[in-house]
Design a protein. Structure first.
Length: 221
């Protein structure tokens, strides 16, 4: 029988399975508040970032699955935004807001160099991360990406090709179920050494055409 947590979505609409963020965001690495108006339906999902007169200098779009998920394969067809200081993310997250420790698994594209994927994972708030050369510019058009989260380790894929693997026997991996997010944000100048610095007045867009989650029926969902 199919796992009830499995899903596939090409964003013909945003139903009750998805939450769209609408709040000011006080986080040291972000120069971005969240608004529903920055998430739009148009041949998939558009995530917009625009200048903003508020707590932060920019306002971006973020969506989140309502139900937590666990081991399995997470797939996305997306086109990240290009430009210094911009970050496009597809990731699972859980943390104190949800009553747990901070565990996270990331696919991120830094707009300063979209020929690389930033892969990262957090275990109880401790980050491990790598930049992986893709051999193409991810910002040119939508392409397929994925990560697999299983008890034995983590794997990341680009266009069906395995690009990075971390085995649990070589170091801790996340174990706490998380919620799946996609977002577009401007980094705070304090982390410009990592992200580049976003120019004042920047407008940007990322696209998410589809997502899919295939639970690992051999693990715990």
């Amino acid at each position: 029988m199919a796992d009830p947590l499995a899903f596939a979505d090409n964003f013909e609409g945003l139903g009750s399975a998805w939450h769209v963020a609408e709040y000011d965001f006080d986080h040291h690495a972000f120069d971005t508040d969240w608004r529903r108006a920055q998430v739009r339906l148009a041949d998939g999902l558009e995530l917009h970032l625009t200048p903003h007169d508020g707590l932060n200098r920019f306002v971006g779009g973020s969506v989140r699955r309502e139900e937590p998920t666990h081991y399995g394969r997470y797939e996305v067809v997306m086109q990240p935004a290009k430009g210094d200081g911009l970050v496009t993310g597809f990731f699972t997250y859980t943390g104190p807001h949800y009553g747990t420790r901070h565990d996270e698994i990331d696919i991120e594209f830094l707009g300063k160099d979209t020929t690389q994927m930033h892969v990262a994972w957090f275990v109880d708030g401790e980050i491990t991360n790598k930049f992986i050369d893709l051999g193409f510019d991810a910002a040119e058009r939508p392409r397929a990406y994925a990560f697999e989260w299983r008890p034995e380790g983590l794997r990341w894929y680009a266009e069906g090709r395995l690009i990075f693997e971390h085995r649990a026997r070589d170091g801790a991996i996340p174990t706490v179920p998380g919620r799946l997010f996609a977002n577009l944000w401007a980094a705070d100048p304090s982390v410009a050494g990592w992200s580049g610095e976003v120019k004042p007045g920047t407008w940007a867009q990322a696209r998410v055409l589809s997502v899919r989650f295939i639970p690992d029926l051999g693990g715990t969902s």
